[in-house]
Design a protein around this ligand. Structure first.
Ligand code: NG1
Length: 390
């Protein structure tokens, strides 16, 4: 077992398109970004995990690796570390603990997956400290299920892209079986991420709202499957393979309660958009990709009802400033938008957001933290032993 300190880096991600459908088993198209959670860690000889955070807003957290790791109170950041550990212990019962110092330049509760970045970074740190390796696809799956420890019923997008991203690329992620297919982001495209200044705490207030969506999507799926004479457990991908999307939407429109019918329409239309967007990216068609972002936002706002007035406003401003399209990204209920523009237009879009969104909210000085160009970045890695963060 290595005794020297080591450093692990796990990036945040921006989901380009395919929102609120990973938990339906449908493909999504995210990319990792250049902001990271970093952990410097030392192996321990016992089974304790001692965590400190360089951000004074987050106090120390300690737990012991055991078969059942009791959670800290809901909302405690240490639960993401516990989630990683709890996912690994059943598979590797003899793991020893670590001393870990965490830091991050990823905004929290901003829809950029700071929580999953912490889960992935912790898991890699514990595994590295124990000289254990796990195949990437297996680890993605273990951690996706593991993060539900915090009480969210999320899908597997975040852990997969954080572990499996490639520099310069977005990746289509398919589930069951899990697979990542990279597509190069055209050199003259620029994605911009902008935070709405509304926290979307999935471990807190937004959790109930978030968890309601997978339940509704699932109920809609069961009802449509039954209407088609398919077994109740027919998955969304199987439904989409069995009948064309317009036919599915017609059945849902005729037979489902109105809210479920709208949830279903979002899931099905978004699934179609992911494949259209991937093809548009591959051929460098900025206008089509932008239009798909706009359509996705409208669907998330009206049919899935996960937007927020501040997100809608940011999306409008980005478009008015010359973006080809924009939409909320991540779980919604606050968090961030992603906008696409020609690289040469990015400064103009960022200036407009500063003047028209952040300055009126007294946040012009913080604009570089809140709104930035997102570089398609590589996935998580353990870096040279002895390095220190930052
Ligand atoms: P974020 O943006 O990190 O809250 C959540 C889920 C994803 C996905 C998106 C919506 C987790 C860890 N993440 O992401 O799986 O469902 O919402 O597309 O639950």
């Amino acid at each position: 077992m290595g005794k020297t300190p080591a450093l692990v880096r796990a990036p945040g991600r921006v989901n380009l398109i395919g929102e609120h459908i990973d938990y339906c088993g449908l493909s999504v198209l995210p990319m990792a970004i250049q902001r990271n959670v970093r952990i410097v860690f030392h192996p321990r000889t016992d089974r304790d995990v001692l965590l400190v955070n360089r951000d004074p807003g987050f106090g120390p957290s300690t737990f012991t690796l055991s078969e059942t790791i009791p959670p800290a109170p809901a909302g405690d950041w240490g639960n993401y570390a516990r989630a990683a550990a709890q996912a690994l212990v059943p598979r590797f019962p003899d793991l020893r603990g670590i001393d870990a110092q965490v830091e991050s330049d990823l905004p929290i509760a901003a829809g950029l997956s700071s929580s999953s970045a912490l889960v992935v970074a912790m898991a890699l740190a514990i595994l590295h400290a124990n000289d254990v390796s796990v195949a990437p696809l297996e680890l993605m799956d273990l951690l996706a299920r593991g993060e539900r420890y915090v009480g969210t019923a999320g899908g597997g997008m975040d852990q997969s892209i954080i572990l499996g991203a490639q520099a310069g690329c977005a990746s289509r992620i398919d589930f069951h079986p899990l697979r990542l297919t990279p597509t190069a982001v055209p050199a003259d495209w620029q994605f911009i991420v902008a935070w709405s200044m509304v926290h979307a705490e999935k471990s807190g207030a937004a959790r109930q709202e978030y968890n309601e969506r997978p339940r509704q999507a699932d109920e809609a799926r069961r009802l449509v499957a039954a209407r088609l004479g398919h077994p109740e457990d027919t998955s969304y991908p199987a439904l989409l393979a069995a009948a064309p999307a317009p036919e599915l939407l017609e059945i849902a429109g005729q037979s489902l309660p109105v809210v479920l019918s709208r949830r279903f329409r979002h899931v099905v239309t978004e699934a179609v958009r992911v494949h259209q967007a991937e093809a548009a990216m591959a051929r460098g068609d900025l206008a089509v990709f932008g239009q798909l972002l706009d359509d996705s936002h409208q669907s998330l706002r009206d049919d899935y009802e996960v937007s927020h007035a501040e997100l809608d406003h940011l999306v409008e401003l980005a478009r008015e400033a010359g973006a080809a399209g924009a939409r909320l990204t991540g779980a919604g209920f606050g968090g961030s938008i992603v906008a696409l523009c020609l690289a040469e237009r990015a400064p103009q879009v960022l200036t407009a957001l500063r003047e028209r969104f952040y300055a009126p909210r007294g946040a012009a000085a913080d604009v570089e933290r809140y709104a930035f160009t997102a570089a398609p970045s590589p996935g998580a890695e353990v870096l040279t032993p002895g390095a220190s963060p930052g």
